[in-house]
Design a protein around this ligand. Structure first.
Ligand code: AHZ
Length: 306
């Protein structure tokens, strides 16, 4: 063992930490020899996870806003809403991995195109990009997604429940008042086991951002149609980037009392064209959905006082 390694091993024992931001050219592979973790009991690990999760379930059983779907629109909505620390925000994502389609650009290529002026949203998040005349290019869509996710999850008023699916809505007197949830693995197995009942989260506002039709896509507006709260889903139209992005932002709204719809789910509801791999409309639709949710909360508070 080299003299440097001996010195570092000694300092490791006294609590010195390897790594850090700086490149240390004199540190070697041998410096990791003798690396020792603090002891832990297995039951302690279990208790730490379970108490946190159960406390979150208790706390978020009554949320101000539940966001269904953690794609680019749902994430952008959550980011905007989380700026108000008084709001309790739960995000429900059926996949283990949050982010929906925004880990990649079109046809599984890496870069993400965002048309101006939605680059302001990237500036706010400090996501770097290459500037072009009418649009910007983020070198990898995952750079946007990982940045917004990490900043969002650091906010104290946000909880992400992933691997959890929304199976239905709570509706009372024509107002959406929450969601019906289950572990996604259970949701996917309702045809193999009889009666695996779900759980519920009450919410003053539900924001549905489940994307266009697909295995679980557009599930919010499909349910609204099947229970007669909306007349019909017109179905997403063929691709037209220029028309589509403006349409999606314009259509973002509280569709029925207590339920705001954002992102590509709106294309199914309102018959908007798809835009393919340009993401600006998802970011701004998410942002507008947050404003619509806040307006709904304010209106409900007034109604309660009257
Ligand atoms: O897993 C879904 C995804 O992460 C999740 N989701 C869907 N149904 C759910 C349910 N419960 C819980 N019942 C559910 N989660 O919702 C997320 C939707 O993300 P997305 O990326 O598919 O949709 P988006 O509207 O945020 O972004 C669309 C991006 C697209 S699609 C498109 C085109 O096809 O032309 N162009 C763009 C920019």
């Amino acid at each position: 063992m080299s003299a440097t390694a001996t010195a570092t091993t000694t300092s490791l024992a006294s609590g010195h930490r390897l790594g850090g931001d700086e490149f240390k050219p004199d540190q070697t592979l041998e410096d990791f020899d003798g690396y020792k973790f603090s002891p832990i009991r297995e039951a302690q690990v279990s208790r730490e996870m379970v108490t946190r999760y159960m406390n979150d379930m208790l706390y978020y059983a009554e949320s101000d806003v539940v966001i269904v779907g953690c794609g680019s629109a749902g994430l952008s909505c959550a980011w905007e809403l989380s700026k108000d620390p008084s709001l309790k925000i739960a995000i429900i994502e059926q996949s283990v991995s949050p982010g929906g389609g925004c880990w990649l650009g079109g046809q599984l290529f890496s870069a993400m195109i965002v048309r101006k002026p939605a680059d302001k949203f990237l500036d706010e998040l400090e996501v770097p990009y290459e500037e072009k005349e009418n649009y910007v290019v983020v070198k990898h869509a995952a750079l946007f997604t990982s940045t917004i996710l990490s900043k969002l999850l650091m906010r104290p008023n946000v909880k992400l429940f992933n691997a959890t699916a929304v199976e239905d809505l709570i509706v009372k007197n024509g107002k959406v008042s929450g969601v019906v949830t289950n572990w996604t693995l259970v949701t996917l197995n309702h045809n193999t086991q009889s009666c695996m009942d779900p759980n519920v989260i009450e919410a003053k506002v539900v924001v549905s951002g489940t994307g266009h039709d697909g295995p679980m896509g557009a599930s919010g507006v499909k349910r609204l149609e099947s229970i007669g709260l909306i007349k019909e889903n017109k179905g997403m139209l063929s691709l037209d980037m220029n028309a589509a992005e403006d349409d999606i932002v314009r259509y973002t709204r509280e569709v029925v009392p207590g339920m705001v719809v954002t992102g590509m789910e709106l294309a199914e509801l309102d018959g908007a064209p798809r835009m393919g791999p340009t993401f600006g409309a998802m970011l701004i639709s998410g942002q507008k959905a947050a404003y619509a949710a806040r307006a709904s909360l304010a209106r409900q508070a007034q109604e309660e006082q009257a």
